[in-house]
Design a protein around this ligand. Structure first.
Ligand code: AMP
Ligand code: GLY
Length: 426
């Protein structure tokens, strides 16, 4: 079977790598892909903002399965359009993807189904914000309703600041586009966990848990990024807690969507805050996480394509995923200036030596092959990933590999996994 992957980042490189290793797959195509993905897949250009162009590509390629990486094509309705053409695709429909694409929809859904989440108010005007803000203690959180690439969440230290933030979102001054509604939310304290599950619309199959590091700076300082590194161990969630999350969060979400006749097929990414009163949903994503996927797929022993096909065919209950015990870690190397402005086009060296480190896979997040040279081509450039018997070993391997790699302005956090390795808080 031919498999087509839509996307161009580290997540898609990890997906392409896992798909290429499947016994069920004869060819992997990635659109548009990147310089690293080109080593495991045939890359073809496409604009991920252009629904018609993506449809033309899939119709021309006729893959046995299309996997949608990022949220943008989901929000444009790529899954609905491919299904209408009789083409098999892994991912939620435009309506089901609203769990990610509308925070207002997600919050109201969570409340309707009694799934734990922070107290909130959805506001459609500044007047509504000014009224609702009195129900919250500072700090409080102001969120854009729509997709904002990680820039739509503002943690405000006072009610005044929250009103100003809301003003910025409604006027379009903060995100470039005016929000129709915003979410005010109670500030939650705790450790964040990325809990991803596959779903066929009825059943849920958890992936191994992961913890992301969203801030650019060591010690979790500075602005939010797409994710600077991640690790996955079984210790992140003990079996009882995992069971609790499945029963009280993941399964009720999938069952709730089914009961509202918006079945969710794809990856349900639950962004959870582990608070003193238990896990609470911070956000949903309707897709694989980046860089979570890089660490998670390194631990997957069974066939990814078989599991994704089971989702598409509604038979996830019969499918079983097997995982490597131990740990994995992924450290992101970014361009100087990221997540602000940065320059690209610098040669990347040392990848061959990095790949020699046992247990290591170097996934490319933003690279390009130009005249036989591998150049930087994004804010996040590489996702240097490794498995190990322990988290320490996985991290040591990833950092050893990172030490072999160079490009101008290369930056990476040296403290990925510190929360798990360091002294316990509290
Ligand atoms: P989101 O896009 O909703 O996941 O928000 C991005 C990040 O903002 C999350 O990963 C959290 O670190 C932080 N965040 C979002 N909502 C809250 C909240 N209610 N309390 C504390 N932190 C939050
Ligand atoms: N790593 C966070 C995300 O994929 O949204």
């Amino acid at each position: 079977m031919k498999v087509l992957i839509l996307g161009s980042g580290g997540r898609e490189h990890a997906l392409a790598w896992a798909v290429a290793g499947s016994g069920r797959v004869t060819e992997v195509v990635c659109a548009p892909g990147n310089g690293g993905i080109a080593q495991v897949a045939r890359c073809v250009p496409v604009d991920l903002k252009d629904l018609d162009a993506m449809l033309r590509l899939v119709e021309a390629e006729q893959p046995g399965l299309t996997i949608v990486g990022p949220e943008l094509p989901l929000s444009l309705g790529i899954v609905d359009a491919l299904k209408a053409r009789g083409l098999r695709v892994f991912g939620p429909t435009q309506k089901a993807a609203m769990l990610e694409t509308s925070k207002g929809f997600a919050k109201r859904f969570l409340q309707r189904h009694n799934i734990p989440t922070a107290n909130y108010a959805v506001c459609a005007s500044l007047a509504e914000v000014e009224q609702a803000v009195d129900m919250f203690h500072a700090p409080l959180v102001v969120k854009a309703d729509g997709l904002a690439a990680g820039k739509g969440v503002l943690i405000c230290s006072s009610r005044n600041e929250a009103v100003e933030a809301a003003k910025g979102l409604f006027s379009g001054a903060l995100l470039g586009e005016a929000e129709r509604q915003i979410v005010l939310e109670e500030f939650l304290e705790g450790d964040e966990i990325s809990f991803l599950c596959l779903s066929d619309g009825k059943h849920v199959a958890p992936l191994v848990p992961a913890q992301d590091h969203k801030r650019i700076g060591e010690g979790d300082t500075g602005p939010n990024t797409g994710g600077m590194g991640v690790y996955s161990t079984d210790e992140l969630l003990d079996p009882a807690m995992q069971e609790w999350i499945l029963r009280h969060i993941a399964e009720p979400t999938i069952q709730g969507m089914a009961s509202e006749e918006i079945p969710f097929v794809g990856v349900l990414y639950c962004g959870l805050m582990m608070t003193a009163r238990g896990p609470q949903v911070l956000e949903f994503n309707a897709r694989f996480g980046d860089p979570e996927t890089q660490a998670i797929l390194l631990r997957l022993q069974s066939d990814l394509v078989e599991a994704l096909e089971a989702c598409v065919e509604g038979r996830l209950a019969e499918s079983e995923m097997r995982w490597t015990p131990g740990a994995s870690a992924c450290v992101v190397a970014s361009s100087a200036g990221y997540p602000g402005t940065y320059r690209t086009g610098f040669p990347i060296t040392g990848l061959a030596a990095a790949a020699q480190v046992p247990g290591v896979e170097v996934f490319h997040a933003g690279s390009a092959q130009v005249n036989g040279h591998l150049l930087t081509a994004g804010g996040r450039v590489l996702a240097v990933s490794a498995v190990g018997d322990t988290l320490q070993q996985a991290l040591d391997r990833a950092y050893q590999a990172m030490g072999e790699i160079q490009f101008e302005g290369m930056y990476y956090r040296r403290d990925i996994g510190h929360r798990a390795l360091g002294p316990k808080k509290g």
